[in-house]
Design a protein around this ligand. Structure first.
Ligand code: SF4
Length: 381
């Protein structure tokens, strides 16, 4: 608990806030990339303590939220097969597909299991040689190395009944796409510290230069976020656009070499569709040719999927920072964590869930129905 206490220290927070207030002379719009940072900001009211001129725009860094609908529908179809044990982190079970979710598939007899690591799924494959075990491998650069390691192990052990349904995404191409969007208002980024702890910071200087935008690698506790904001605002006021590491206790410039080499071994870069945002070139990973036998899309015939998003859901605009969740008509009414219309209301990193959990009584409509305990907003990992 020592570290948590230190990074919530109110005196230090006040000092950082004083410095931010003293530095700011005009309006600035900063995007925090990661949904974990969004939750921390909303939970601790960080945005409400900032000078009026500093706006925080919530970014697309919620892995559950950006997993495309066609991949969710493929997961539902695979999970419903009698020979399959379908394994996933908890958040994915409530993410709505076109006409159902994984909970519904489980209720209808599908063997859907919540696991805490891809290695749990690998273990299930070893213990159930007569079943096909599929792990739903979604997420950013943070979760990809463990998934790569699981499939690497499966190959080493000669497990022929283990596959991954892969929908990994990468942060730098998303930043590029955000900056290229005509409606973009972002002037600085708080980059996701955990992503950089894996990947390092080498991908960011070129982005910062090309778009003349400060990128500050930032952690997740309130003081981490205030320090990231302080550095970003200081650069903006000085007219600078550098990459700064404000999370040195976890991030090194070169990243994690072991994780990087596992990613290199197992995955290859591919174009990826982001739910609510659309296709982004080179923004994802898929299994490389060497590991194609471990690709669930290759193993199971899941072509011909027809998807349909609920018309009312504005998650795409939320994910691009174009609207706040409370500007969606369905927020807290038709859409709650118990009756989610979009993935951003399901995930523990989704912006809609953050506003529902911490702000719905002040910023948005009071929900109809009972209060949802925090623990029901499950964690994807
Ligand atoms: S509140 Fe619900 S319906 Fe509205 S954008 Fe968020 S997830 Fe979609």
């Amino acid at each position: 608990m020592k570290y948590i206490d230190e990074f919530n220290d109110p005196d230090l927070a006040r000092r950082l806030l004083d410095e931010i207030h003293a530095t700011v002379t005009r309006p600035w719009a900063l995007m925090e990339v990661c949904g974990g940072q969004t939750h921390s900001i909303i939970r601790h009211g960080v945005d409400q303590l900032l000078p009026e001129q500093v706006e925080l725009i919530h970014g697309p860094g919620c892995p559950v939220c950006v997993t495309p609908l066609d991949v969710i529908d493929k997961a539902l179809e695979i999970a419903a097969r009698p020979e399959v044990i379908f394994c996933s982190f908890g958040d994915m079970l409530r993410v709505p597909g076109t006409d159902r979710d994984l909970f519904r598939v489980k209720g209808e007899g599908g063997d859907v299991r919540v696991v805490y690591s891809p290695l749990d799924a690998l273990d299930l494959a070893r213990k159930n040689p007569d079943r096909q075990v599929v792990f739903f491998a979604i997420g950013f650069e943070t979760t990809a190395p463990a998934n790569a390691m699981a499939v690497h192990q499966a190959r080493r052990l000669g497990l022929g009944n283990f596959t991954l349904l892969v929908s990994h995404v990468r942060v730098p191409p998303a930043i590029e796409a955000i900056m290229r969007a005509p409606q973009c208002r972002v002037q600085a980024f708080l980059a996701a510290g955990h992503v950089c702890s894996v990947m390092g910071t080498a991908e960011y200087p070129e982005l910062a230069d090309r778009h003349r935008v400060p990128v500050v690698v930032t952690g997740f506790e309130p003081l981490d976020i205030l320090e990231g904001i302080r550095r970003a605002v200081r650069q903006l006021e000085r007219g600078e656009h550098r990459v700064e590491n404000a999370y040195p206790r976890a991030v090194r410039e070169q990243g994690n070499p072991a994780a990087l080499s596992m990613l290199e071994e197992v995955f290859e870069v591919t174009d990826r569709n982001w739910r609510g945002i659309g296709p982004i070139p080179a923004s994802g990973w898929r299994l490389s040719e060497t590991y194609r036998d471990y690709d669930a899309e290759h193993r199971f015939d899941v072509t011909g999927i027809r998807t349909e998003e609920p018309a009312v859901c504005r998650a795409g605009e939320v994910l691009q920072g174009l609207i706040k969740p409370t500007e969606c008509e369905a927020f807290g009414r038709a859409c709650t964590p118990r009756t989610p219309l979009g993935a951003t209301m399901v995930s523990s990193e989704g912006a809609c869930a953050a506003y529902y959990l911490y702000r719905r009584m002040t910023d948005g409509p009071a929900p109809r129905g009972s209060r949802i305990p925090r623990e029901e907003l499950n964690t994807v990992g």
